[in-house]
Design a binder for this molecule. Structure first.
Ligand SMILES: *Cc1c(COP(=O)(O)O)cnc(C)c1O
Length: 219
């Protein structure tokens, strides 16, 4: 199926208030342009260098989301253009984003990534670390980052009850955090295999790659 057709099918299957991030990692510019020409403006990448190269060559009205695990020494390369950083999983990383945001006179929008999966391979914060960050004086004084919400990845499994349970727990953490950070409005959860469950459980932003662009080829 073509990218345009897949994209349109996904669009019709998600509610209007849910943002679709087209995950274009490993895909060539032609593929991104096809999605762009079909109206897509939000793209997700997981490598800073690759995202920067695409940003340099593709239309400037694309919003680039960094969805992958991020190393602190790479933040400087994307600070001037990144639109949303999904994978903030440590206070040290958040501090670096704040520092680089200050250097280019921007406030960089971020999501804190929570660890919700059973596997211990997936990155993310626990509740305790989350509140250590948001309760701290240093966090309150940071002027070049803005926390827009939370992100999480469910366990890679066929057990939909398990996936649902993990999304529910993330939604609960989000609702609790919102009591304190009342402006937050973004809950990034759901990928090709589980975005429908994620939306049922309160996702406001889904990150869909292979269902739009086809399987990735890591060679
Ligand atoms: C690759 C990736 C996705 C998209 O995965 P698909 O299964 O291809 O939809 C979503 N989120 C993150 C963090 C990813 O790294």
């Amino acid at each position: 199926m073509s990218i345009t057709k897949s994209l349109n099918e996904i669009r019709t299957s998600i509610p209007d208030q849910v943002t679709l991030v087209a995950v274009s990692k490993t895909k060539p510019n032609e593929d991104l342009l096809e999605a762009y020409n079909a109206g897509q403006r939000v793209f997700g990448e997981n490598k800073v260098l690759e995202m920067t190269q695409k940003w340099e060559t593709l239309p400037k009205d694309i919003a680039w989301h960094m969805i992958g695990h991020l190393q602190r020494n790479k933040v400087k390369y994307m600070a001037e253009f990144v639109s949303l950083v999904h994978g903030v999983d440590s206070f040290r990383l958040l501090k670096e984003i704040n520092k680089q945001g200050a250097k280019c006179n921007r406030t960089i929008d971020c999501l804190l990534q929570m660890h919700i999966a059973e596997e211990n391979t997936k990155f993310g914060l626990g509740e305790k670390e989350l509140y250590e960050i948001v309760d701290s004086e240093e966090f309150k004084s940071m002027e070049n980052i803005k926390i827009e919400g939370l992100m999480g990845m469910a366990t890679f499994t066929d057990d939909t009850d398990q996936i649902r349970k993990e999304f529910k727990s993330l939604k609960k953490t989000f609702d609790n955090l919102k009591q304190q950070l009342t402006h937050i409005d973004t809950l990034s959860m759901g990928m090709s295999g589980d975005y429908k469950i994620a939306i049922e459980e309160g996702s406001t932003m889904v990150r869909v790659g292979s269902s739009i662009f086809g399987a990735r080829n890591y060679s």
